[in-house]
Design a protein around this ligand. Structure first.
Ligand code: HEC
Ligand code: HEC
Ligand code: HEC
Ligand code: HEC
Ligand code: HEC
Ligand code: HEC
Ligand code: HEC
Ligand code: HEC
Ligand code: HEC
Ligand code: HEC
Length: 324
């Protein structure tokens, strides 16, 4: 392609007599020609590959860009890789950026055509990634809360890092907490899943791309997510406790709680939310009751659990009251 705004245009034109003719004929139409010149000038071009970029973005330079060659995306021999034959290397994502390599007349450096920052809306940034990644775990990205809230792929992912923080169980949490501060507070409570020790990550329960499931969970619903690790709670039980098979979060807070065993409330209050109007449980036990030795067993120790110990369900023939 010949760049019409090139200062060497006059020289080049000598080599392209056809172009002179074209330019002459166009010049007859005056203003239209000016428009076309502008359009041609705005048409960005690709450079000749990653080497061109690495001259300035190599290790030790600021800003560096070399780390991408240490990631799966950089080393993959997949035809889908941005660095595969027929693609445009760095410019697969950053757009044709030949002009960026040189300084403009005023000494400034034109930016690459595409950057992953506030210059471009999240939806446009994400389109670049989804051109290759609309498969697997991201099939249900469209329509997910994160897509609708315009969260950019690059808010969680770092492409120019040897180890993308999103792929690390501890580092990913910091990414999430940047926006989900309440969840951070929850994971620091007395009783919590071992998130802060790195034994678990958010992605043991959530798939941040999958809008198909409730609360972006890895399974279709809450209980199936919990059963992945707490399989014994699935039963089947001879005597089920209705709320358990319905929804674990009726009693538990998945991220953390100040009550033991991630419970939403202490017993007996926990149980009395639902069991308040029949038989002995209807009594609303208060601290006064601790003076009465008979009533103490409803309050102290494991409270209701002192007798109804099989709160998740019982397999004992006479366990109908979840006592054994
Ligand atoms: C001659 C040196 C040089 C070359 C060659 C070069 N860059 Fe840059 N690039 C820079 C400098 C300097 C910056 C820092 C921003 C600035 O001062 O304009 C930069 C910034 C960038 C940024 C960040 C822009 C931002 O605002 O976040 C990207 C992305 C980028 N370059 C991509 C590329 C790509 C892709 C190529 C190859 C086509 C390339 N660069 C080639 C010097 C260069
Ligand atoms: C797969 C898409 C993709 C490819 C390929 C890619 N980049 Fe980037 N680049 C990004 C994203 C996304 C960001 C935003 C920051 C981040 O995620 O790390 C970025 C940011 C940058 C920055 C700014 C970094 C900073 O610290 O401000 C530079 C410079 C850059 N890229 C250069 C390059 C160079 C040079 C290449 C080729 C060797 C390249 N990029 C290849 C996606 C890509
Ligand atoms: C031109 C195609 C292409 C584009 C565009 C692209 N990727 Fe990739 N990406 C790949 C390939 C190929 C791999 C290697 C793994 C594979 O084969 O699936 C990969 C791997 C990844 C991985 C997995 C890293 C790992 O350790 O397993 C992440 C995360 C990722 N890409 C995020 C992004 C994001 C975010 C963007 C947009 C800024 C993006 N990609 C743009 C082709 C692409
Ligand atoms: C809210 C944060 C977040 C956003 C936004 C996000 N991701 Fe991810 N992504 C993650 C986390 C965390 C993982 C690691 C999953 C794991 O550990 O199983 C991941 C894993 C991946 C992987 C590698 C695993 C796989 O399934 O192959 C790819 C590829 C990927 N993301 C691409 C994208 C693309 C493309 C976008 C934008 C459309 C995006 N991600 C947006 C957090 C995010
Ligand atoms: C750039 C900000 C941002 C980042 C980073 C982010 N999120 Fe979100 N997330 C949001 C917004 C906005 C919403 C919707 C409003 C809300 O529920 O707070 C949301 C909603 C959610 C929801 C609730 C979905 C629902 O259906 O109710 C979950 C779960 C979630 N995010 C998990 C994560 C995880 C896990 C990570 C880290 C891998 C993460 N988010 C990183 C912004 C972010
Ligand atoms: C043990 C499984 C599990 C882990 C680990 C987990 N979550 Fe959740 N998360 C859930 C469940 C279940 C819900 C739905 C709660 C509900 O609907 O009551 C949820 C809901 C959310 C919500 C929606 C708002 C709310 O609090 O209800 C956000 C945001 C969220 N999680 C972020 C995170 C982040 C960030 C991490 C990692 C630090 C994380 N989660 C780790 C199970 C988990
Ligand atoms: C990826 C595996 C995993 C998933 C999924 C999971 N958990 Fe856990 N859970 C654990 C681990 C590990 C512990 C800690 C066990 C320990 O400390 O001995 C734990 C502990 C617990 C505890 C006891 C805490 C205590 O202090 O005694 C409760 C209650 C619990 N999980 C409920 C849930 C609920 C509800 C869900 C679904 C929202 C769920 N878990 C999903 C792995 C998981
Ligand atoms: C009716 C309230 C309730 C529901 C619903 C419930 N739990 Fe519990 N869970 C408890 C109580 C109370 C304890 C504490 C028991 C104790 O003190 O031994 C507990 C303890 C636990 C523990 C730690 C001790 C142990 O038994 O391993 C795990 C794990 C657990 N629950 C998982 C689950 C899962 C998974 C679900 C959903 C399938 C669920 N719970 C539903 C009340 C409930
Ligand atoms: C979310 C509401 C809810 C909570 C919280 C709850 N239960 Fe239940 N419980 C039920 C329902 C519903 C049944 C089934 C009642 C029926 O079949 O008539 C039930 C049945 C029982 C039964 C069997 C007796 C019967 O009538 O079948 C016992 C015992 C019991 N619960 C004890 C407890 C204890 C102890 C706690 C606290 C750890 C507790 N429940 C918390 C809803 C709840
Ligand atoms: C000292 C042991 C003990 C304690 C503590 C205890 N229960 Fe019971 N519970 C029983 C016995 C025994 C029965 C059966 C008695 C009956 O049928 O009248 C029963 C019956 C029940 C029933 C079935 C009642 C019905 O109407 O069919 C429920 C529900 C129940 N308990 C819930 C609770 C709750 C909630 C607590 C905590 C506030 C609690 N229990 C504390 C021993 C106990």
């Amino acid at each position: 392609m010949v760049k019409i705004n090139n200062p060497d245009l006059s020289i080049r034109l000598q080599f392209f007599p056809g172009l002179i003719l074209m330019a002459l004929s166009l010049s007859l139409t005056g203003p239209v020609f000016a428009d076309e010149v502008e359009e041609a000038a705005a048409q960005p071009e690709y450079s000749k590959g990653a080497n061109q970029c690495m001259a300035c973005h190599r290790e030790g330079r600021q800003p560096a860009g070399h780390e991408i060659f240490l990631t799966t995306m950089g080393i993959s021999d997949s035809e889908r890789s941005p660095f595969a034959d027929g693609r445009h290397d760095c410019e697969t994502c950053h757009g044709p950026s030949d002009a960026h390599r040189k300084r403009a007349k005023d000494g400034s450096r034109p930016l690459p055509t595409f950057t992953f920052d506030e210059n471009n809306p999240a939806a446009e940034q994400n389109q670049v990634c989804m051109a290759c990644h609309d498969d697997g775990g991201r099939m249900h990205w469209p329509g997910s809360v994160h897509e609708e809230e315009e969260v950019a792929c690059a808010s969680c992912h770092e492409l120019h890092a040897e180890r993308d923080p999103a792929m690390d169980k501890v580092a990913q949490q910091e990414r999430c907490f940047a926006c989900h501060q309440r969840t951070r507070a929850e994971t620091l409570r007395n009783s919590s899943h071992p998130l802060r020790f790195g034994d678990m990550g958010c992605t043991d329960c959530h798939n941040p791309h999958n809008g198909n499931n409730d609360a972006l969970l890895v399974q279709a619903n809450i209980n199936d997510t919990c059963y992945r690790c707490h399989a014994e709670k699935r039963g089947p039980y001879l005597w089920e406790h209705a709320p358990v098979s319905e929804d674990c979060t009726l009693c538990h807070r998945p991220h953390g709680s100040n009550h033991a065993a991630l419970l939403k409330q202490r017993s007996p209050l926990l149980c009395q939310q639902c069991h308040s109007s029949s038989g002995h449980p209807s009594t609303a036990y208060t601290s006064d009751a601790t003076e009465n030795t008979f009533q103490q067993r409803f309050l102290l120790g494991r409270s209701c659990g002192n007798c109804h110990s099989q709160v998740h369900g019982s397999n004992h023939p006479s366990g109908i009251l979840l006592t054994r």
